[in-house]
Ligand binder design. Sequence first.
Ligand SMILES: Cc1cc2nc3c(=O)[nH]c(=O)nc-3n(C[C@H](O)[C@H](O)[C@H](O)COP(=O)(O)OP(=O)(O)OC[C@H]3O[C@@H](n4cnc5c(N)ncnc54)[C@H](O)[C@@H]3O)c2cc1C
Length: 381
Amino acid sequence: MDFTFTAPQNDLAKRVAEFAADRIAPHRQEQDRSGTYRPDLIADLAAADLFALRIPVEYGGLGLDAVSAGLALEKLAAADLSVCFPVLNAALIGGVLADNGTSGQRAAWLPPIARGEAVVALALTEPDHGTDAAGIRMAARPDGDGWVLTGEKTSIMIAAHATHALVFARTGGEGARGISAFYVPLDGPEVRRERLTDLGCKAGGRGRILLDGLRVGRDELVGEPGGGFAAVMRGFGVSRAYIALMAIAVGDAALAEAYAHASRRSAFGQPLGRFQSVTFPLVEHSTLLHAARLVAYEALCRADRGEDPRIPSNMAKWWAPKAAVEATHQALLTLGQLGWSEDGPVAQRLRDVIGLQLADGTAAATKLTVARLVLGKEYAP
Ligand SMILES: Cc1cc2nc3c(=O)[nH]c(=O)nc-3n(C[C@H](O)[C@H](O)[C@H](O)COP(=O)(O)OP(=O)(O)OC[C@H]3O[C@@H](n4cnc5c(N)ncnc54)[C@H](O)[C@@H]3O)c2cc1C
């Protein structure tokens, strides 16, 4: 087993960490308070090539491996989790479009994503269908050689900021095989957006997307009719490991603040760090995050080798956000009243990271996926 990153992967991680320290971390608190991204955030992320990570080179991307994208997302998340979502979506949706689009669609869609001109959202969840995503009801009514989309998507991250969405709608019968994917612009009069007010990742602009008679043709259809659900589930096989790494980075950043506090702060005449009841919980959380990180990178290594990443990526997705929430909570307690204050970063980190226990599938959804892969499809509810 080789536990080392390559020199280019280490260089990328260093570059993104420097960018995040310079251009992301200083705006974390102001974006949280304003509840939106600063106006030049997307241009900054684009200038740092962060939308191009997973876009193939022939379409203007960097064509990097999944491990590299994981490293970049970790560095961003350590600075401000809420800014990861447009980058995560470019990697996930760019991958779905690259794998399932025609050559014409790839040439039209991928370069603008790589340049940050198209900011993409993933529109799967509906008010009555979350974990039960194969049951979505958004209607794609046949109309000439295309379809007309009507219905509501909800809980869509960066709905407020996106220019385009990968929208899932029902073109066929019941179940997953009746669902198709469409890549659509969000600027038409048939599209309405409403923001949701959240506990954390407030700047991320999660919201509803309501479509009322949006006409789409074959040009907007991604893959075959009825192939949309399978395409996104293949994408989730990798993106769930990215989300695990984002969570771990938040937990590690909170623990780093707690370790620093334990060395600075004295109580009863000595540094807090001399009390083992202060340091041992921090070490236990560091250990769990370290272990979860290995599982997430195993998934990404497997994906890069062309192997099925789904068992480790789904294991990482249920475990890492839970471990990160618990680590961040412990870090807050170690900081005492300073941790509770919104003037420091840990309170926001705790609010933000809880969302990753839901995004892209809850612990139940990911455990169901692992159980199905181990036992067989007939054991799925
Ligand atoms: C920060 C954030 C970002 C998100 N981003 C997006 C996005 O960009 N695009 C998008 O489409 N969606 C997005 N979502 C939605 C997310 O995918 C859903 O919240 C998630 O799939 C769960 O669906 P639900 O909220 O409807 O809960 P439900 O499916 O109603 O589940 C409620 C509870 O019941 C449990 N449960 C459900 N079914 C089972 C079962 N069979 N066995 C055991 N327990 C079960 C769940 O684990 C959960 O605890 C996001 C959510 C959040 C919080």
